[in-house]
Design a protein around this ligand. Structure first.
Ligand SMILES: Nc1nc2c(c(=O)[nH]1)N[C@H]1C(S)=C(S)[C@@H](COP(=O)(O)O)O[C@H]1N2
Ligand SMILES: [Mo]
Length: 325
């Protein structure tokens, strides 16, 4: 079910300006706005690109074989397939929540390779078909908490990121891991508008990347990943705000220095590098204390580290989480 109702307790759209609207406004102030806005609303997509939303069905996606359950999964109610595949953030396809489900089928996801390079002994490429075929797949039913104060519970299918990274033998200089999404405006109409300095970039400290909770997800609900959710392979870091979980990855690099990340670069006072879910540290424009689970009426308390503190709190011992937001 697509969420269409707002409880009176919800922040209004003006409380939580979707990142893209904020950016359009910023560009307006820079004098480039008219082009940016019209580009996004019509021109960039073109009439032929205007599609009606069609609910995806699990049966549209290939089943993934031998998916094992995980002790890290939550037993909370899972969001419907329909919610998970029609209420998305994937700015490469537009800034509205339904744009990815309308436009992401323009992206070709097979064959797909990820370049892995930087501070490692064995740089190379990772073929995604091969990765899926040869890796033990796990179901990880995780909470995903968006910085916009909504959340979902999603049954991902994935592979621990650590097991993938280790194949490339990171060296002692590998202090961070940087990730990049595909950049191809011919397949990603949102990239024809310069909302973000494409490609979308994210990064983790190496110990965060190696934490057993961190996965590369290749599907959901036991099936291949829908394009709007980041096919064919995306990151999932469940204790961090959703924007860290970068989609449709084509490059992974081990780095010595903290890599530049898209949201941090756009608005450093609002989006930190760490972006750990933290109900005690408000976003400058709204509270992070509570959240709306998509599909629910009311709101619930947001949990420290999105409820994954037992696994990850030790990563941040001694750090000031107000300064390192
Ligand atoms: N490349 C890319 N990755 C991205 C985004 C994006 O716009 N582009 N949005 C992020 C945000 S803000 C969220 S909340 C999650 C949403 O994932 P979902 O649509 O699968 O629920 O993806 C993240 N990964
Ligand atoms: Mo998000």
């Amino acid at each position: 079910m697509l969420f269409r109702f707002r409880s009176p307790a919800d922040p209004t759209p003006s409380d939580i300006t979707p990142e893209g609207v904020y950016l359009n406004r910023r560009r307006l102030m820079q004098g480039a706005g008219v082009t940016a806005l019209t580009g996004l609303a019509g021109g960039a997509f073109g009439l032929a690109g205007l599609r009606s939303a069609r609910a995806a069905e699990p049966g549209d996606y290939a089943p993934l074989p031998d998916v094992q359950p995980s002790a890290f999964s939550t037993d909370e109610d899972q969001n419907d397939f329909d919610d998970i595949t029609t209420y998305n953030n994937f700015y490469e396809f537009g800034t509205s929540k339904d744009a990815p489900s309308r436009y992401a089928d323009q992206m070709a996801t097979s064959p797909w390779e990820i370049r892995v390079e930087g501070a490692c002994a064995k740089p190379g490429t990772l073929g995604v078909a091969d990765l899926i075929e040869r890796s033990p797949l796990e179901e990880r039913i995780y909470r995903l908490r968006c910085v916009e104060a909504w959340s979902m519970v999603i049954p991902w299918v994935g592979i621990p990121l650590a097991s993938v990274l280790q194949r490339f033998e990171p060296t002692g200089n590998a202090k961070y891991v940087a990730f990049e999404t595909l950049e191809d405006p011919s397949q990603m109409p949102g990239q024809r508008s310069r909302l973000i300095d494409w490609p979308y970039r994210e990064g983790l400290r190496i110990d965060e990347a190696m934490n057993p909770l961190t996965i590369l997800a290749v599907g959901l609900y036991g099936r291949a990943m829908p394009n709007q959710n980041g096919a064919p392979v995306r990151l999932i870091v469940p204790w961090k705000y959703g924007f860290k979980s970068i989609k449709s990855i084509v490059r992974i690099a081990f780095t010595e220095d903290q890599p530049a990340t898209s949201w941090n670069r756009l608005q450093p006072s609002e989006y930190g590098f760490y972006a750990n879910v933290n109900p005690n540290v408000d976003h400058p424009r709204w509270s992070q204390a509570r959240e709306r689970r998509i599909g629910d009426w009311g709101r619930r308390d947001t949990l420290m580290f999105n409820g994954y503190g037992e696994q990850v709190a030790s990563l941040y011992r001694g750090m000031d989480l107000k300064a390192n937001y």
